[in-house]
Design a protein around this ligand. Structure first.
Ligand SMILES: [Mn+2]
Length: 233
């Protein structure tokens, strides 16, 4: 399935001060983008609606440490291994209307994590821009390719025969990835090469995403400015 995202390419102000704003949808947000102790790229985002209240803090040059509590154990598991395998330091705190179902919380965690990643990436000077990883987990093999292009586009070619992992509806992974893709402003291709067990397939996808993003966000000393003949990412 190919999904064109909403255009969200405009870069944000990198003000160090806390800022409050109200988006068109009425969402109250507080963000503290790109504090960079020791030159490390980091951001904190809080996103609150009537459905969810989510805080994400991420450091790109981390050690893979994490503190994740979303109220959804399978999502916690995926975000924890995302941090570990991307060597990001990640904190995610989410309180959502899980009594309705997990959809709002999963999608809004994707939005907030994407917003934090975009803020931490800043102006993308000196980075590789492209990253890819093919990750196995037993019978599952998943390829993930990222371009931090500023143009949101998700290709998610993953066929899951079972609808659930435990109580988790695996269709929500697609919604999470779409939200993330739109907010980061990236081109993300996830292609399942083989697989049977949905837990294995989704886990290989998140590990691949972590490795591909980590590579794309890493510095290449040959890159002066941004890696684009257009001059802007
Ligand atoms: Mn697992």
């Amino acid at each position: 399935m190919r999904t064109r995202g909403r255009a969200k390419a405009k870069s944000k102000s990198m003000s160090k001060s806390m800022s409050k704003r109200v988006s068109k949808s009425g969402t109250r947000r507080r963000s503290k983008p790109a504090s960079t102790p020791g030159g490390r790229r980091a951001a904190e985002i809080r996103r609150r609606t009537k459905e969810t209240d989510i805080s994400v803090a991420i450091t790109l040059e981390g050690q893979g440490t994490y503190a994740v509590e979303t109220g959804i154990p399978f999502l916690n598991h995926m975000l924890e291994l995302f941090a570990r395998h991307g060597f990001f330091d990640l904190s995610v705190r989410a309180k959502g209307d899980l009594a309705v179902d997990a959809h709002h919380t999963v999608e809004d965690v994707g939005l907030t994590l994407g917003e934090a990643l975009r803020a931490a990436l800043g102006d993308k000077q000196g980075i590789r821009r492209f990253g890819e990883a093919t990750v196995p987990l037993d019978e599952a093999l998943v390829s993930v390719v990222v371009d931090l292009s500023g143009r949101p586009f998700l290709v998610y070619e993953v066929k899951l025969e079972q609808e659930r992992v435990g109580t988790f509806d695996v269709e929500l992974v697609h919604d999470f990835l779409l939200a993330l893709t739109n907010q980061v402003g990236m081109n993300l291709h996830i292609n399942m090469i083989s697989g049977r067990n949905p837990h294995h397939i989704v886990e290989a996808s998140f590990k691949g995403l972590a490795r591909a993003l980590s590579l794309a966000a890493s510095a290449d000393p040959r890159v002066k400015g941004v890696l684009s003949t257009k001059g802007v990412l």
